[in-house]
Design a protein around this ligand. Structure first.
Ligand code: GRF
Length: 187
């Protein structure tokens, strides 16, 4: 069994799709959902699926002892699904090419520090781009610069707002993220 740990800071709609996809999968399981926010809705979603939840603060996240939490659950891959903190180097080194992130734009456009959620969609609208999309990539020591595994595009219309663009992006994420995870971890 390949064991995933999902990291999320907010609502967790992607996390939910991933838990739903793998809940009775014979090869892949979601072992834990970890969050830096004790009131993140993703924790409620995890409970519904009976998945262990772990909340941590910044000091715990920066401490190498954090690895023990993941080892306790025999985690093989880390899945960042709307997780807002930079992953410390020791964690990246402990999971080389085993950390996947989803970013709500076509990287390298609109990536980097501070670019998350509605800020990304606002930047796309401000730049007048006529397309946006999603990027699923491996995580390395530089923000949003790891190897790209998959991208999908959507049209940006003149009438789009941050909200309508976010809806289009979420639809793409929900459609593709679980599948790309599966293909990658089984390859
Ligand atoms: C997604 O758009 C993801 O790309 C970004 O944060 C958002 C998380 O959404 N990194 P949700 O919490 O999965 O609903």
């Amino acid at each position: 069994m390949i064991r995933l740990a999902i990291f999320a800071s907010g609502s967790g709609s992607n996390a939910e799709k991933i838990m739903e996809t793998f809940q009775s999968d014979p090869q892949i399981s979601v072992e834990a959902v970890l969050s830096n926010k004790s009131d993140a809705f993703v924790l409620e979603r995890a409970k519904i699926f009976g998945v262990t939840t772990i909340v941590f603060n910044r000091d715990e996240f920066k401490d190498k002892a954090f690895l023990n939490k993941l080892e306790e659950h025999n985690v093989d891959y880390l899945i960042l699904a709307g997780f807002l903190w930079k992953v410390p180097d020791f964690l990246i080194q402990a999971f080389p090419d085993r950390i996947l992130n989803i970013h709500p734009s076509l990287l390298p456009k609109h990536g980097g520090k501070g670019m998350y959620g509605s800020r990304v969609h606002q930047a796309v609208l401000d730049s007048g781009d006529n397309e946006s999309g999603i990027t699923i990539h491996l995580v390395n020591e530089q923000y949003d610069e790891g190897r790209v595994l998959f991208q999908a595009k959507c049209e940006v219309e003149k009438t789009d707002s941050v909200e309508t663009l976010a809806q289009k992006i979420h639809a793409l994420e929900h459609k593709h993220f679980p599948r790309v995870i599966k293909e990658f971890v089984l390859s």
